[in-house]
Ligand binder design. Structure first.
Ligand SMILES: [Zn+2]
Length: 364
């Protein structure tokens, strides 16, 4: 498999432009034209993970955390990052990172964490409100189902928890094919009228290119007529953290014991437990303390994330229980998530999940 195919697939499901400004997701090491016969999925790139890739003949490591964060001015192997870069290059191993762009999509890191913790009816906790566009396509009526489906499959027509949303009007299209044309219907040089459907749908900015590409390839006409209008409406399909509900109210102790067990966590650090049953749960895999206030504003009973600092535990005491379940622990299912995206799209591509626990935090 050509590496560029994997890169462009990931850019479709979690576009690089959705990553945070401090992040460095994308292809970090390797030639995009390399042929890759096997990939290894890991949370981090460590020396052990590179060894695992070498032993298993994986020429690509797909990691959640980028190996390279800060710009590099020299490559002398003077620190761990430089050593790992040199080792990857010497062994012809490409490295791809899919980090905050995978955090910021609605079916990403937080979705799989919510599923594992049995949190339902989820939505994004702090939406990034990407810009929306109205996309209108004119299509011969007999082909409108095919074109509409292609647009939906590429990400058009999602409003809240509804997808495949569109409005369709039947009408009469007209055109005249000039020189150097091969009209799908009608004759060259003659005015033609065709029964057409006007398909109206919406597309967020970050999906517009892929939707137009799929729309044009499904459309039978040589020249596809379509309009794009920028809208004032915001899309809330992307952003940080997630909030949802348990099926039924639970005793807080029972729920947290359940969380501890499902995350295989050595311990949970938390502030004062609420003296009431809990139902509304906010989460953020990794370092999510910047979302404490968002979780509280949305009346979460509990907020679960990693990397909570001492002073942050003082906030919202008695209103919301803040739980630090560990950075690694809350992101551990990301490997499984990346794996499921890949095997669904490329069922014949060899891809394996790293068996190495890269959690650098240990407990005595
Ligand atoms: Zn992380």
């Amino acid at each position: 498999m050509n590496l560029s195919k994997i890169v462009s697939f990931f850019d479709e499901i979690a576009p690089e432009r959705l990553q945070e400004t401090y992040d460095n997701s994308g292809l970090l090491i390797g030639n995009p034209n390399n042929e890759i016969s096997k990939a290894l999925i890991s949370l981090d790139v460590t020396n052990e993970v590179i060894n695992e890739a070498i032993v298993n003949k994986c020429k690509l490591i797909i990691a959640h955390h980028p190996l390279i964060f800060k710009p590099i001015k020299k490559l002398t192997g003077s620190n761990l990052t430089e050593k790992l870069i040199v080792k990857a290059i010497k062994n012809d191993i490409a490295i791809y990172a899919i980090h905050t762009n995978l955090d910021n999509i609605s079916n990403g890191v937080n979705k799989i964490l919510a599923q594992k913790l049995s949190i339902h009816n989820t939505h994004i906790l702090e939406p990034s409100a990407s810009k929306l566009n109205k996309l209108i396509c004119f299509c011969p009526t007999q082909h409108s189902n095919k074109v509409r489906s292609a647009m939906f499959e590429a990400g058009a027509g999602q409003i809240g928890n509804y997808d495949y949303c569109s409005f369709n009007t039947e009408g009469l299209g007209s055109f005249r094919a000039l020189d150097n044309t091969k009209p799908f219907v009608g004759e060259k040089g003659k005015l033609h009228q065709e029964a057409e459907t006007k398909i109206e749908t919406i597309v967020p900015d970050f999906k517009i290119n892929q939707v137009i590409k799929k729309m044009i390839s499904a459309h039978p006409y040589e020249e596809v007529a379509y309009d794009i209008y920028p809208l004032e409406n915001k899309s809330f399909l992307t952003g940080a953290g997630m909030i949802g509900e348990l099926n039924e109210e639970m005793e807080i102790n029972d729920f947290l014991r359940d969380v501890k067990q499902k995350l295989n966590a050595t311990h949970l650090r938390h502030n004062q437990l609420l003296h009431r049953k809990v139902k509304k749960i906010a989460i953020c895999g990794g370092s999510g303390s910047f979302l404490i206030n968002s979780a509280s504003r949305q009346n979460a009973d509990i907020f679960i994330t990693g990397d909570i600092k001492y002073h942050e535990f003082f906030e919202h005491q008695g209103e919301m229980t803040i739980v630090d379940a560990g950075h690694f622990e809350t992101e551990q299912f990301t490997k499984e998530l990346i794996h499921s995206f890949l095997i669904e799209k490329f069922p014949n591509f060899a891809v394996q999940i790293s068996e190495i626990n890269t959690n650098p935090v240990l407990f005595l």
